[in-house]
Ligand binder design. Sequence first.
Ligand code: 5RP
Length: 242
Amino acid sequence: LRFKIMRNVQKFENLLRDVMSLYATQDEKKQAAAKAALKHLPKGGILGVGTGSTVNFLIELLPELQLEAAVASSEATAQRLKKLGIEVVDMNHVGGLDAYVDGADEIDRHLHMIKGGGAALTREKIVASIARKFVCIVDDSKWVDQLAHEFPLPVEVIPMARSAVARKIVSLGGDPVYREGVVTDNGNVILDVYNLNILNALELEKTLNDIPGVVCNGIFAINKADIAVVATDNGIEERTAV
Ligand code: 5RP
C-alpha cells in the first residue's frame, strides 16, 4: 500500500510540474512586458524611467535604445541606470520627455493606475507629468476591475502631518496603515489606505491631494497611462483606454 501511495504522489507531482510549465511565472511575464515595451519608446532621446521590479527588467534592455539620457523616478532607478552607463539628468534641465515608462500595482480599463508599492509615487508622478506618452508595463495580475479593491492606496505624507492626514482619510471611509520603517526619497512617510471604494478615481485623486500634509497619492488618473503593455499567459496584449 505504501508503495502504491508513493507512486501516486509521484504521478501527482509530475502532473503538477507539467501544468505549471504551461504558465509563465510572474517574473517571466514582467520581463516579457518590458521587452515588448521597447518599440513604444524613443530611440536616442531622453526617457523618463519609473521604479520597481518590472522596470528593472526594462532597464537592462535600455542600452538597445542608445538613449541620450534618462530622468529617473527614484534613487534606486538612477543607480541602476548609471551602472549601465546611461546618463541620468536632473529634471530641471529637461523641457519635456517623449515618453515615461513604469510599472503599476494595479491598472484598470480606463488605464487609471494605483502606484506607490515601492514608495516612489511622488517622483514617478512628477516625471510622468512632463512626458508626452506614459507606457505602463505589467503582468496580468495587475489588471483589475476596480482599483484599490485588493491593493491598498499608498499616500505620501509629511511626517508631522501623519496622524492628521490619517484622521481625514478615516472620515473619507478609508483605513490608513502607517508603512513602518519606510522613508521616501523625499524624506516623507507612507500611509497605505485600505477599504476605499473608488467610484471616481479622478475626483478622489484631487480630494486626497487637497488634504494638508499630503504630498502625493498613488492614484494616477489625472495623468493616466496612454498604453498598457500587459503580459498574459497567451502572450503580450497592448491595451488602450476604454
Ligand atoms: C513604485 C511603483 C511600482 O511601479 C509598482 O509598485 C509596481 O512595482 P513592480 O514592478 O515591482 O510590481 O509604483 O512606487
